[in-house]
Design a protein around this ligand. Structure first.
Ligand code: GLY
Length: 575
């Protein structure tokens, strides 16, 4: 029954999005554009994966807050209403643009590895990867980073008190919100794991039955934990009562964290990656995300062709070949910059891209096995993203996560905190695929305090006329969702068209182009197969892209929320 509903929802989405695209010319006849561009956006725009989160952000703007206050409110609310995707037991990346200083900064709130998580800890007695330990319960959890980011972003960049920004999330955690079908479906798929743990049962089986769409989910312990964070800042989560409960929960379930690993957690401010693509300045995520490096590689490879002038098969071939090459390098080279030396400058250089471009045959697929190095299969959907622009020109692009659906499944009793299972993003056994089939090597091996490699790719793109903020969830497909989003804006699409745009993906290994049902015409599939590509064109829709854009000439804002997710919301508030 549930499966049928999901299929119907997918078909409804595809019909809606394809007819939307058919009736919305990508290159509408341009209105006479004002000669001058506006200095500031006319108001604020927010797009997130849940209407309550968008509303919490807009509440901050109405109270005189800026994009950074709104970001804290949105992040905290998503932690309450979207526990399947992210939360204060997990981590994330915040890409900020501070209009006052003109600076971009990347706030890295990725989880860190506890000392107990040695590679040996994740092996079975016969030396294989212990998949249960890697993805479920206390061993799978890294030290959370999101609460530290909320405090940091609020105190360093916000105008309103942290308490004000956390208030909406605290209220909804206490009073409850309506469970929607994705939460129910995700719970069903993770139920066996989640119901192992006392603290998780206390939250999700409070009335004795699993969560059902339409019911109200109240999380009073999570409300208390957020209140302690609001009252005491960093220490409210990483020291004292909450920290002690987290340590006790990990211990009770057989794992081991040290108190200093919590109290010593720090967010890192890093320099974002910057590069140019066809008149756009792109600002995106540096390592420990793999996303920005891959986006820089793919776009600079693609910059050698006028994609718009090519037919769909040629264009898809070249895009897939650029994806293949970027994902190969991701697997081999990338990890935490505080622990490994990476050839980031080389990988993101125009010269390297020119070499990669030259290796692409104009009408023949390159078999992935001909690109050296070991293979990396697909990740699945999880994680969440939101995008914000305010009237001062501040911007926020945040992707946050607990990794797999409902993270580790372990809620620390008495805290409401659902811990992540981000340890599985490390290469826990070199060359062995993780839960999503992604593998890695020395660069991404775990070590105490090290951050696991991510695909999260919060991004800004700006030209003389337009500005867009975008990002998405979806494991390794995050990177290609963002790539296709950038190409969509470059094609002249609006924010909502970018969010709805049909998706394709290639990640080197498995050596296949996956495409959403209807994303490629049957003729294109045939033409790609004739070039030597394997094509799986029947995939269910994936991703949940959230984006906002500002047209500087018309001085208009637009929000785009992914129609694949019925509970998302984009809102524009003009002064
Ligand atoms: N856990 C998803 C990612 O960071 O890529």
């Amino acid at each position: 029954m549930l499966k049928t509903l999901r299929v119907l929802a997918s078909q409804a989405f595809l019909t809606a999005s394809l007819s939307f695209l058919a009736t919305s010319p990508l290159h509408a006849a341009p209105k006479p554009a004002p000669a001058k561009t506006a200095a500031h956006p006319p108001g604020a725009a927010i797009a997130s994966a849940h209407a309550l989160a968008t509303q919490a952000g807009m509440d901050m703007i109405r109270q005189g807050g800026n994009a950074f206050d709104a970001a804290v409110a949105v992040s905290a609310m998503l932690s309450v209403v979207e526990p399947i995707s992210s939360g204060i037991g997990g981590g994330g990346f915040f890409l900020l643009h501070d209009a006052k200083t003109g600076k971009d900064v990347f706030v890295d709130a990725r989880e860190t590895s506890p000392e107990s998580a040695t590679p040996q800890a994740f092996l079975t007695p016969d030396g294989q990867l212990d998949n249960d330990r890697a993805t479920n319960g206390p061993w799978s959890a890294g030290i959370p980073g999101l609460p530290a980011a909320l405090v940091h972003v609020s105190q360093k960049y916000g105008r309103l008190p942290l308490k004000t920004a956390l208030a909406p999330a605290i209220r909804v955690a206490r009073e409850g919100f309506e469970i929607y079908p994705r939460l129910e479906r995700g719970y069903a798929s993770r139920r066996a794991v989640m119901e192992r743990y006392r603290g998780t049962r206390e939250v999700f089986l409070a009335d004795g039955t699993p969560p059902r769409a339409g019911e109200i989910l109240k999380q009073p312990d999570l409300a208390n934990t957020l209140q302690l964070l609001a009252d005491k800042g960093f220490d409210g989560f990483y020291k004292g009562e909450v920290a002690n409960r987290l340590l006790a929960a990990v211990k009770e379930e057989g794992g081991h964290w040290r108190a200093e690993e919590l109290s010593g957690y720090r967010v890192k401010e890093r320099e974002p990656l910057h590069f140019k693509y066809r008149g756009w300045d792109i600002t995106t995520a540096p390592p420990p995300s793999s996303g920005g490096v891959a986006i820089a590689q793919m776009l600079q490879i693609l910059a050698g062709w006028d994609l718009e002038s090519l037919d769909e098969a040629k264009r898809t071939h070249l895009i897939a070949e650029s994806m293949r090459r970027a994902f190969r390098d991701r697997t081999i080279y990338l990890g935490d910059p505080d622990f490994v030396k990476m050839p980031v400058a080389r990988l993101t250089s125009a010269d390297y891209a020119a070499g990669q471009r030259a290796s692409i045959h104009p009408s023949k697929a390159t078999p992935s096995e001909l690109l050296s190095g070991p293979p990396a299969p697909l990740e699945d959907d999880e994680t969440t993203h939101y995008s914000i622009i305010d009237a001062q020109g501040n911007r926020v692009s945040t992707t946050q996560t607990v990794n797999l659906l409902y993270g580790s499944g372990l809620v620390a009793p008495g805290t409401g905190v659902l811990l992540n299972d981000e340890m599985d993003d490390f290469a826990l056994r070199p060359g062995t695929p993780n839960a999503f089939g992604v593998m890695g090597f020395a660069a991404n091996a775990p070590a105490p305090g090290k951050r696991m490699l991510s695909s999260m790719t919060p991004t800004f793109m700006e030209s003389g006329d337009r500005l867009a903020v975008l990002g998405a969830p979806g494991g390794s497909r995050i990177i290609t969702e963002v790539l296709l989003g950038i190409l969509g804006y470059d094609d002249g699409m609006g924010a909502q068209q970018v969010a709805a745009k049909p998706r394709i993906h290639h990640q080197w290994m498995p050596d296949v182009i996956t495409a959403e049902q209807g994303a490629l015409s049957p003729e294109t599939v045939k033409a790609l197969e004739a070039m030597g590509h394997k094509v799986n064109a029947g995939e269910k829709p994936w991703g949940n892209l959230q984006t906002v854009s500002w047209d500087k000439r018309a001085n208009t804002l637009e929000g785009g929320t992914d129609p694949r997710n019925p509970v998302g919301k984009a809102e524009v508030l003009v002064k």
